[in-house]
Design a protein around this ligand. Structure first.
Ligand code: ATP
Length: 257
């Protein structure tokens, strides 16, 4: 992981990785593209990550593979990016977008033009050729979202058939699903409205989920359409979320004895 952070964290620290990710967010705040509320959202994510021992659990792996199958079958997949995503996995998001031929669109809850521009710069520095956003000329409003984040680019999220929404809020997920889009969420909290409303929910930390998805894209990218469709047909999001909850029990039942 790159350094350049304000505090020195020794690699031997047992929580080295976690602290480095926190530092990335803190740096993002100082640079003006991560919102302060982004830290709170991250903290909620960290708490849920403990419940799965900060590892990708089996149901998440399954959802990651199905999500890639869905994106491979999509005509117009779009990846939605916010400040936390840009701070944590900018290179990986751009790589996933390029493998899947997916557009990347910035969508911010705490939206300012300045933050949008800063995130666009980061994504372009990491190899993105084109970055969409609500600040573009041709925009549309998502039905039922009065908030500024309801403004999306026409060529991006508005016309997408599949939208990957990492670290999302429930309202927008609901609106996108109501528009008939397939919505893939990455959310460590299986009980959030986003996790419950999405078509495919990946309960994993984004810092593990996106690299796993890149691997799956390489692995199943050459599969025939029928085989990809079968994967999706056999997937039940509600069952997958239940499996996540059961995995908490199996992790913590040792406290029972
Ligand atoms: P909802 O409106 O869907 O109920 P919320 O109000 O919890 O969601 P936010 O406060 O915007 O939504 O939080 C974003 C979500 O992102 C949280 O549920 C949190 O668990 C999750 N999250 C935060 N950081 C990560 C991360 N690194 N990887 C995956 N999920 C994360």
């Amino acid at each position: 992981m790159k350094s350049g952070d304000d505090i020195h964290i020794p690699k031997s620290h047992p929580r080295y990785k976690s602290l480095m990710y926190r530092q990335r967010l803190v740096r993002g705040i100082k640079e003006g593209y991560v919102s302060e509320a982004g830290l709170i959202a991250h903290g909620r994510g960290e708490a849920f990550d403990y419940l799965i021992s900060e590892q990708t659990i089996k149901p998440a792996k399954e959802a990651e593979q199905v999500a890639i199958a869905a994106m491979l079958l999509s005509k117009n997949p779009v990846i939605s990016v916010n400040g936390n995503v840009a701070a944590l996995v900018p290179k990986e998001i751009v790589r996933l977008g390029s493998i899947l031929n997916a557009r990347i669109e910035i969508n911010l809850f705490h939206r300012t033009l300045k933050r949008e521009k800063l995130i666009e710069k980061i994504l372009k520095e990491n190899g993105a050729k084109e970055v969409f956003s609500g600040g573009m000329k041709k925009t549309r409003r998502l039905p039922g979202i009065d908030h500024p984040r309801g403004i999306v680019s026409e060529k991006g999220i508005f016309n997408a058939d599949t939208v990957l929404v990492p670290l999302e809020d429930g309202d927008r997920t609901e609106s996108l699903v109501a528009m008939g889009k397939l919505v893939i969420a990455i959310d460590l909290n299986p009980l959030s409205r986003t996790a419950q409303k999405a078509s495919i929910t990946i309960v994993d930390n984004i810092v593990r989920a996106i690299p796993n998805m890149i691997e799956f894209a390489d692995e199943i990218g050459g599969w025939k359409k029928e085989k990809l469709k079968k994967l999706i047909e056999n997937f039940d999001n509600k069952k997958n979320l239940n499996d996540v909850l059961l995995s908490y029990r199996s992790t913590y039942c040792r406290f029972d004895s």
